[in-house]
Design a protein around this ligand. Structure first.
Ligand SMILES: [Zn+2]
Ligand SMILES: [Zn+2]
Length: 308
């Protein structure tokens, strides 16, 4: 029994504040459209338009082309692989450096004054993440975002979902539109996933005082920290609880029907499997997570988001 389950026997009141989450545990790879992935290709019907963002609320800072971001990541990965293979310090060669954009370089902001294609964020088959509220008949969830900052979403990417039945997708879209420019932090390096179900408990600030103290005492006696070890799991995940460590809790209600929304998926800046990793290359704010909430009345209502 893991500590995350054990604590509920010692502190039974916590059972009311427990949910299972599925950590996705992404690893860079080459996922296909028939697999769950983070940042991988989406099973997209040929006859359905790819989403384009025409919002006028983009906040533009450093813009790069998709090609530049991929080239930059290939160069850094090669330098890392050389260092690992030779034991020498990490070093980018002069020839490689000549291929990298300067730190101050940006594509002209005018490049963002056109419809910006969304990019794949995650594709999840129901068999890999059964524990969320799937709309009737759906067995495939796709998450995309516009890879620019939006003032209306707190300077975060704008997220859209597609719920599908995979068997209904016949011919798939051959050529996926690419955004003219991106904030590089929002271009997701394709990763395969290794789902793992973990028990989570409510963010400590949202527990009744007495229960929080009991849970913290139980954790401390075992050399653990409730917040770090027993509450919200690290990394990309589906379901579970959000942390509110950055802003304190605020309501996330559906703009279409007013219902309180439920956490669906978390896009994290890092993973922690004993040591920190950054497999997806996504950076949310200063290393935070973007929580994406879904309406429990109708999963097709617009999503809510919070950065924490
Ligand atoms: Zn946009
Ligand atoms: Zn709603």
């Amino acid at each position: 029994m893991t500590r995350r389950v054990e604590i509920e026997q010692a502190v039974p009141g916590l059972r009311e504040y427990a949910r299972d989450a599925t950590r996705l545990r992404p690893v860079p790879g080459e996922p296909g459209v028939a697999e769950s992935s983070v940042g991988g290709p989406l099973l997209w019907p040929a006859d359905e338009a790819w989403p384009l963002c025409t919002d006028g609320d983009h906040y533009l800072d450093r813009l790069l082309t998709v090609e530049t971001v991929w080239r930059q990541r290939r160069i850094y990965a090669a330098a890392e692989a050389r260092a690992a293979a030779t034991g020498k310090p990490y070093e980018v060669t002069d020839a490689e450096r000549a291929e990298l954009p300067g730190n101050d370089y940006s594509e002209p902001h005018a490049a963002a004054r056109q419809a910006i294609a969304f990019v794949p964020v995650a594709q999840l088959y129901r068999r890999d993440v059964p524990g969320i509220d799937w709309p009737a008949g759906a067995d495939l969830l796709q998450v995309l975002w516009c890879p620019l900052d939006h003032e209306s979403t707190g300077y975060n990417p704008r997220v859209e979902l597609r719920w599908r039945r995979a068997a209904d997708v016949g011919a798939t879209l051959e050529s996926v539109p690419q955004p003219a420019v991106v904030n590089e932090d929002y271009l997701v390096t394709p990763c395969v996933v290794r789902p793992e179900v973990v028990r989570e408990h409510e963010y400590d600030g949202l527990l009744p005082d007495r229960l929080r103290k009991q849970a913290e005492r139980w954790a401390a006696r075992r050399g653990l920290d409730y917040d770090d070890d027993l509450s919200v799991a690290p990394g990309w995940k589906v379901g579970g609880y959000a942390s509110w460590a950055l802003s304190d809790w605020h309501a996330v209600d559906c703009v279409a029907c007013g219902s309180p929304m439920k956490l669906l998926i978390t896009a994290a800046s890092s993973e922690d499997d004993g040591a920190p990793r950054t497999p997806t290359d996504v950076v949310i704010g200063r290393g935070y997570s973007l929580y994406v909430f879904v309406c429990p009345q109708d999963a097709r209502h617009p999503v809510g988001t919070a950065m924490q």
